[in-house]
Design a protein around this ligand. Sequence first.
Ligand code: NAD
Length: 338
Amino acid sequence: KNANGKYTVTLIEGDGIGIEISEAVKQIYSAANVPVDWEPVDVTPILVNGKTTIPQAAIESVNKNLVALKGPLATPVGKGHVSLNLTLRRTFNLFANVRPCKSIVGYETPYENVNTVLIRENTEGEYSGIEHTIVPGVVQSIKLITRKASERVIRYAFEYARSINKPHILVVHKASIMKLSDGLFVKVAEDLAKEYPDVKVSFEILDNTSLKLCTDPSDYKDLVMVMPNLYGDIMSDLSSGLIGGLGLTPSGNMGDNVSIFEAVHGSAPDIAGKGLANPTALLLSSCMMLRHMSLNEYADKIEGAVLKTIASGPENRTKDLKGSASTSHFTEQVISHL
Ligand code: NAD
């Protein structure tokens, strides 16, 4: 706690709709009297010795506060610009990305009772960024899988499964084709299973999981999925689609010391600045953050108000949820339901 008796949390507002949805979070936190003081930081990339990095002040803020809430950061495509999201995950060693996906009562989708949790390896795999041109027209991209990174994310999945009382982990892989790389991921899970006799472990090939998850998501409600980086990225968007889209799904990037909570979605340049953004995903990410900080009562209060607002009808929902509300109208409604 700081001198005001509150917890200081680093706030990275982000690009595009990041500004609008961060504003919604700040207003709702203030109305709910959450004991959090925001410390906004600028993460505009800087060049140090020819490498893109984030400003030292931002790094120091996150290392001091240990917890941050982050809006989406835009990554220009193919301009030799290193993704800031990747830079943040690497800088703070945020090795596990936890992405829960739960049906929103009162918002109808083809499936009821979706309740999945996916843990994505967050530091290597297909996102290692090791790519080179061998000869013009031939490019090689290296997928890096290490025992160390696999072990820490799979161990996290075992512990997480225990902690949420779903003692079953499902390892999603493609070891049928990528025998060495995904094969190692699978092997590590088999080895670790011996340390967790109370947690069931099963294995499934990625394409089969994709098919089964969108055929009947209820098969996945009593387990925790864990998978390499790219698969987790794609499967979590698929899971978002099952409950109503990217405007709804939160995530937490977990490390040994630092945790950064953020929405799964990006900066949505198509709707930025128009007052159309749905702040739910960032709000629910902030609720994950509050629970991580053992401020459960505030998380319940805010989550309850968000869900009540969504269920209260299309006039109070944003356009992505087939509604007509602006970001600020939605925010006012959440505050009225606190
Ligand atoms: P996006 O997630 O920004 O948008 C995809 C679609 O979903 C768009 O139609 C958008 O309008 C809609 N959408 C997303 N969030 C919404 C919300 N809260 N409310 C209402 N509608 C919402 O994906 P994109 O367009 O592929 O990426 C845009 C930029 O964001 C890129 O630069 C990308 O690199 C970046 N990105 C950042 C993160 C992150 O910071 N973690 C994640 C994904 C993408």
